[in-house]
Design a protein around this ligand. Structure first.
Ligand SMILES: *Cc1c(COP(=O)(O)O)cnc(C)c1O
Length: 361
């Protein structure tokens, strides 16, 4: 369904005059491919996250791939990751020749379960991808004690932290995505970030193939354009405001849904939420069980002009035909992602909440 005037889309990038002006400025400069703005964007993101080095690339998926290569992950190695996430971490592991090892999640925070990670560790484990799920900053301390290189996936979670420590600095390397619907948008784009200069250098060398004295067969064109970086810089200047508005929208949802029969997001003490997604859990009730009921709610909301989505289209263990993962399965059959973005108005929030109340009433 296309977004007509009365349709509330599930996601929407915040593109304003500053962004248009930034893009025009880059176009007028004549330097549109990777150039000085990409460098400036890397420095600005490194400063924002609080890391020493950053390498801008074509997407978050590419950032994951380069993070793994730069860590030395390759054929025969294993990479641990949650099952409840988009396919990018799995595909990145496969691209470097590694085997993904999937782990179940916490039913309310969607965070990797520490005990399950511990059980998944083998002598071949070369990396652990910790996803900060849907905007919630996860405490990395329990994962650090495993002494396995951690890739922090900050694709959905930036600018928030745990006990005052921002995400992106707790692992060996962090990645983020600037896809259209993420917290900060460059259309497509991503970044590899780390305090380890050798790791940053490896990622940078693999990003392009130009002017290399010898041919590195792992190198490829994975670059970001100056057009994208110019947009990213304009967005980054307003990222704090974007997150503040998302938090305000979330507060309105919490209030409006207080007496609606759904489970609202919980935030454990000390953790912050950037609300990339506002996910509610359907309780057992009338209208069929599990997936059937979820499909009905999604369809009825769509008919009312409100686009809700499954937070994850298909859990990774289903792609791999693996049994188990009870928490991921339960979440997949009950979780609904409601529209949330900075340009969502207070009245839109009220309309979504009211529609949900009527559908579940
Ligand atoms: C979006 C996303 C990615 C992939 O980023 P792309 O830029 O779309 O390739 C990876 N991990 C998570 C958690 C994401 O949300």
């Amino acid at each position: 369904m296309s977004a007509g005037p009365d349709v509330i889309p599930h996601s929407r990038p915040t593109l304003e005059d500053e962004d248009i002006q930034a893009l025009i400025g880059v176009a007028q400069s004549g330097q549109v491919a990777q150039g000085p703005r990409v460098e400036e964007f890397e420095r600005a993101m490194a400063a924002f996250v609080g890391v020493d080095g950053a390498v801008a690339v074509a997407s978050g998926s590419v950032a994951l791939e380069l993070a793994l290569v730069a860590l030395g992950v390759g054929t025969g190695d294993e990479v641990i990751m949650p099952s409840y996430v988009c396919a990018a971490p799995l595909l990145a592991a496969r691209r470097v020749g590694a085997t993904p090892r999937l782990v179940d999640i916490h039913p309310e925070t969607y965070a990797l379960l520490v005990g399950q990670v511990e059980q998944a560790i083998s002598p071949r484990t070369k990396a652990l991808i910790v996803v900060h799920p849907f905007g919630l900053a996860i405490d990395l301390t329990p994962f650090q004690s495993f002494h396995i290189p951690i890739v922090e996936d900050c694709a959905a979670t930036l600018g928030v932290g745990v006990n005052g420590r921002l995400v992106g600095r707790g692992g060996t390397v962090a990645i983020c995505s600037f896809y259209a619907t993420k917290l900060l948008c460059t259309g497509e784009g991503g970044m590899v970030m780390s305090d380890d200069p050798a790791l940053v250098d490896r990622a940078r060398k693999l990003r392009g193939y130009d002017e290399a004295p010898t041919l590195d067969h792992a190198a490829f064109n994975r670059k970001m354009t100056d057009l994208a970086a110019g947009l990213g810089l304009a967005q980054l200047r307003r990222l704090r405001g974007f997150i503040a508005r998302r938090e305000a929208v979330a507060a309105l949802y919490h209030e409006a849904l207080a007496d609606v029969d759904v489970r609202r997001p919980i935030i454990p003490p000390g953790q912050e939420h950037a609300y990339h997604r506002f996910i509610v859990g359907l309780n057992p009730g009338a209208g069929g069980t599990g997936s059937e009921r979820l499909e009905t709610v999604l369809r009825r909301m769509e008919r009312r002009g409100i686009q809700c989505r499954r937070p994850v289209f298909r859990p990774l263990h289903r792609y791999l035909d693996l049994e188990g993962f009870p928490e991921t399965e339960r979440v997949h059959q009950t979780a609904v992602s409601l529209p949330i973005y900075p340009s969502l108005g207070d009245q839109d929030v009220a309309r979504v909440a009211e529609a949900l109340r009527e559908e579940l009433g």
